[in-house]
Design a protein around this ligand. Structure first.
Ligand SMILES: *Cc1c(COP(=O)(O)O)cnc(C)c1O
Length: 393
């Protein structure tokens, strides 16, 4: 089973076999034909009682929405299918566990302007829409995303652009949401142009899951528009190698061909990817798509997330089984977003076994020990010059 995840397999038309090629390849057709209601879902899948309870609850918290492309990746015979668990609600979403928060990363308190989160000294997070092509059940921003909850995102674009102009310390703007690529080419172009026109903004990036949920959206016209705003980077979001279909690979290829450096942000999710072999396959497959694994996130303390969360200790063990065991480029940084607004905090397995004034004892990926001698402090040790002996004749 796992070996098949290495291969790029088309999602194909699957449940939508009656669609024409032009319909199937049209991103607005994909959006119009999303699975977003219980009747549509249960006509295609036999739901478990756990899922039925989850779907009923989703109407008040985070909408149900799955694109046909992504839906076709669900294995109908496996209730634990890693695709299914990411997008079909379960009852756990309605259960609040200790420590869980409505705004787990404390974003609302760091918004100088509605929709603009300014936490770090030199960069901002700009939330440009509250909608996505499909909804991840562990969404960190479910309090404002999808439009069905009580709280709403009210981004003030004019004030946000003014804030960026006035704050010359900001050199990096990260567009997120919701999914920025759900905006029309024209709207996105207007936003990118307003940002690019600010001289002190050096770096723009877009956070998007659309290449995975809706690869049809990555049209030649979109990439031609995006490449006018270089240096423009993109962080995509993939959690499981099965998500990297032939269509997704092609969409990522179009972005890479436009010179957009691609990174991946994955979330460590129980029963989905909390396994070193699955993650290693994902990360290696991403490199084949010219995507550099950037972060592996510890799942945020979002309300109703306990059924998704993996202990940090397990996350560290998984990282230990990846680092050194494969290409360095394939290894992301494991991070936890400090609950309540701490920002991203790196989590690393410990490779330092002992630390003495003159030497460190270090462990490699196989657990073997090595000694590294620090440079000698003055008078401590005689350092002999390396003099070449004259050659004997
Ligand atoms: C993640 C994040 C960023 C970007 O952080 P990087 O480590 O530079 O990727 C910026 N602002 C906020 C509020 C964030 O959550």
């Amino acid at each position: 089973m796992q070996s098949t995840f290495r291969d790029f397999i088309p999602a194909g038309k699957g449940h939508w076999a009656a669609a024409s090629d032009s319909e199937w390849n049209d991103w607005s057709w994909q959006l119009r034909n999303r699975v977003s209601r219980l009747d549509q879902l249960s006509s295609k899948l036999l739901l478990t009682p756990d899922e039925l309870a989850g779907v009923a609850f989703s109407e008040t918290k985070l909408a149900l929405g799955i694109t046909p492309h992504y839906f076709n990746l669900i294995d109908p015979n496996d209730p634990l299918c890693p695709i299914r668990q990411q997008v079909i609600p379960r009852e756990g979403e309605s259960i609040q566990s200790p420590g869980e928060l409505l705004d787990p990363c404390g974003e609302d308190e760091s918004m100088p302007v509605p929709g603009l989160v300014h936490r770090y000294p030199d960069r901002v997070l700009f939330l440009v829409t509250d909608r996505c092509a499909a909804y991840c059940r562990y969404c960190t921003r479910s309090r404002v995303v999808s439009g069905v909850g009580e709280q709403h995102l009210e981004t003030d674009f004019a004030r946000a652009i003014n804030y960026l102009k006035e704050h010359t310390e900001i050199r990096d703007v990260l567009l997120s949401g919701g999914d920025p690529l759900l905006l029309s080419d024209q709207k996105l172009q207007t936003i990118l142009k307003a940002i690019r026109d600010i001289p002190h903004i050096e770096f723009i990036r877009i956070g998007s899951r659309i290449p995975i949920f809706l690869p049809q959206r990555i049209t030649p016209a979109l990439v031609a528009m995006l490449k006018e705003f270089h240096p423009l980077w993109m962080s995509v979001h993939t959690n499981h190698p099965k998500e990297l279909t032939t269509e997704v690979q092609a969409a990522l290829g179009r972005l890479a061909d436009a010179g957009i450096p691609l990174g991946n942000q994955a979330v460590l999710l129980k029963g989905i990817n909390d396994d070193p072999e699955i993650l290693k396959t994902l990360f290696q497959k991403l490199l084949r798509c010219r995507v550099r694994p950037y972060y592996l996130y510890q799942c945020d303390l979002i309300q109703g997330s306990a059924h998704f969360r993996v202990p940090i200790q397990r996350g560290l063990e998984i990282m230990e089984q990846i680092r050194g065991h494969t290409t360095g480029y394939a290894v992301p940084q494991y991070v936890v977003d400090g609950p309540g607004g701490g920002g991203k905090i790196p989590l690393n397995p410990d490779y330092v076994v002992a630390k003495e004034p003159d030497r460190w004892i270090l462990k490699n990926y196989k657990g073997e020990l090595f000694e590294y001698r620090e440079p000698a402090t003055e008078g401590e040790e005689v350092i002999r010059p390396l003099v070449k002996e004259p050659a004997a004749c």
